[in-house]
Write a protein that binds this ligand. Sequence first.
Ligand code: HGY
Ligand code: MN
Ligand code: MN
Length: 437
Amino acid sequence: MGWGASISRIPGWGSVDGKTDVRVEATDRGDDTVRIDATRLHDSLDQMAKIGATPGGGVTRLALTDEDKAARDLLRSWLEAAGLAVRVDDVGNMTGRRPGGEDGPAVILASHLDSVREGGRFDGALGVLAALEVVRTLNDRGIATRRPIEVVNWTNEEGVRFEPAMLCSGAVSGRFDRPYVYGRVDRDGRRLEDELRRIGYLGAAADRPRPGVAYLELHIEQGPVLEAEGCPVGIVPGIVGITWLDVRLSGRADHAGPSPMGLRRDALAAAARLVSGVEAMARETDDAVATVGRLVVEPNSINTIPGRVTMSVDLRHPSAATLDALAARFENLVAEVQGMSGVEIAADRFWTSEPTPFDAGVLAVVQDACDDLGVPAGRLWSRAGHDAKYAQDLCPAAMIFVRSRDGLSHNEGEYSAPEDLEAGAQVLLGAAVRLAG
Ligand code: HGY
Ligand code: MN
Ligand code: MN
């Protein structure tokens, strides 16, 4: 069952940002409803999922790799085929612009095409390709909007190859300066700037996405809430706080045999105390989560006491104060483990994405679209980071979620039912048309 965005009967006014009045004109289409082309949406998702496809049915499409380039090239061809003018900025963000009756700020529909290692086919790609489907549908029906609509693909949302996450939407919102962004290196020491140039996506700062009338991002929930509530779609009032630390432990490599236990400075044994300590503090704190997702042991030999370990810590909580308290608690644990182990430990809290509420006006427009379509929508804060966080710095923003089966994501088994994906895209169409007038 698909929901048709009936845009013929939604004349009305609403203020999106307290300043800009959004007038939604009744079209002259009578009772005609405008539906996305579900087959085309699924086909585009299938084609995109072939790029970086993994044997386990997922995708590995790390930022600025050849796979990311192939995805970008495919998106560019689709955007141009839809008549959009495509521009690429100095950090690789791609923008396809559909003109409106007026020039000026656009309604921005965005997400990302890069993935994590062995990720799923919908994380990011759904938002970009549903935005494309909105444009394709408007084109099919010859519907002109008052304001331009822009489709944006953000560079390096995941922050896996080049930490931190949402790096290039953060650059556009002024959170990261260009030298910092360009200088980020991957685990092989390759610089972000050089990789942009290598894949041919190093554009101009003048081509950065500009502040829009409003920003909408459709994304899979990546958690279990909508499934538990029986809702295909969710309206997202904000994103929780996230902080990332890079931790380097320096002990002393030594022979695994003759070295007496009391003299050892075992970097991995010390790291293990940090890993279990991080897990314990999150379990003890309501609404907190923590993960050590990355850990490298050196020299990584069966009969050598590990001399060096580098590891990551990802802490998340809805409250900035609690997030800071968790980070402080971790620093105390570091001091304690350093004291007892003789291993030197340096913890660098290098990125914090503070809790971000989205715009009430845009959220109300999304709610209207759901109501108009009769789509049951849950309400939940996002515990995953998204570019919408930095987009909110640029203009009023909101997110729309699609239910995830078993809440699973960052896993090749990531799945959302076709009708849920369609419902999400239909809500995106309805909200975008309201905002674009
Ligand atoms: O880390 C996150 O939450 C996002 O997937 N980048
Ligand atoms: Mn994502
Ligand atoms: Mn992700």
